[in-house]
Design a protein around this ligand. Structure first.
Ligand code: GRF
Length: 195
């Protein structure tokens, strides 16, 4: 059985979508851990409900960033992930961790990368920027994680229209709906086709 570890920072609706797809056997793996940077993240409640272990790791709690990366690695070694999914994880993954799991960490981002990427482009900020730019479409992207924010090779993108009457919240809702479809599908295609 393959192991998936999920990193999240907030609500965890993408986390939930993966857990549901695992429970429905659309993804042939188990979600063996959730890592959050914030103990109050709603994703933690979701994990508890499904009996999925979680750990809280916040770089702010460490003066020594090497130690932070080391502890993250130790936790991952225990969980033995075949795939790590950043599902609404707002922090940069330490280089040591990215390098250890190179090619096996994916992220979902609520824009058509490379547009609206990098530090500060998260959540509603992304959709606000789309509105202000006058773009007539946006979407979401699943990509492989490397050591630069939102930069690694793109696996898949889904486009949605931007209407003239939209507010940022409307775009957010439209994109979110697609995220919850695309992420479990990509995870399934990676997990179910690898040896
Ligand atoms: C999603 O829009 C995702 O693309 C972004 O953060 C948001 C997380 O939402 N990286 P949730 O916590 O999965 O509900």
């Amino acid at each position: 059985m393959k192991n998936i570890v999920i990193f999240a920072s907030g609500t965890g609706s993408n986390f939930q979508a993966i857990v549901d797809a695992v429970e429905d056997e659309k993804i042939k793996a188990s979600v063996c851990g959730l890592l959050v940077n914030n103990a109050k993240a709603y994703a933690v409640k979701r994990a508890k409900k499904h009996g999925i272990p979680h750990t809280v790791l916040n770089p702010r709690d460490f003066t020594d960033k090497e130690q932070y990366a080391q502890i993250m690695l130790q936790q991952l070694v225990q969980w033995k992930p075949d795939l790590i999914v950043l599902a609404g994880y707002l922090l940069k993954v330490p280089e040591k961790v990215v390098n250890t799991y190179a090619g096996n960490i994916i992220n979902i981002h609520p824009s058509l990368l490379p547009k609206y990427s990098g530090k500060g482009f998260y959540g509603i900020n992304v959709h606000q920027a789309v509105l202000e730019s006058g773009d007539d479409e946006t979407g979401c992207t699943v990509h492989v994680v490397d050591n630069i924010y939102d930069n690694g090779p793109i696996i898949s993108q889904v486009r949605v229209p931007v209407h003239k009457s939209d507010k940022a919240g409307d775009i957010s809702e439209r994109v979110r709906k697609k995220e919850l479809e695309i992420l479990p599908k990509i995870v399934a295609s990676i997990i179910n086709t690898s040896d």
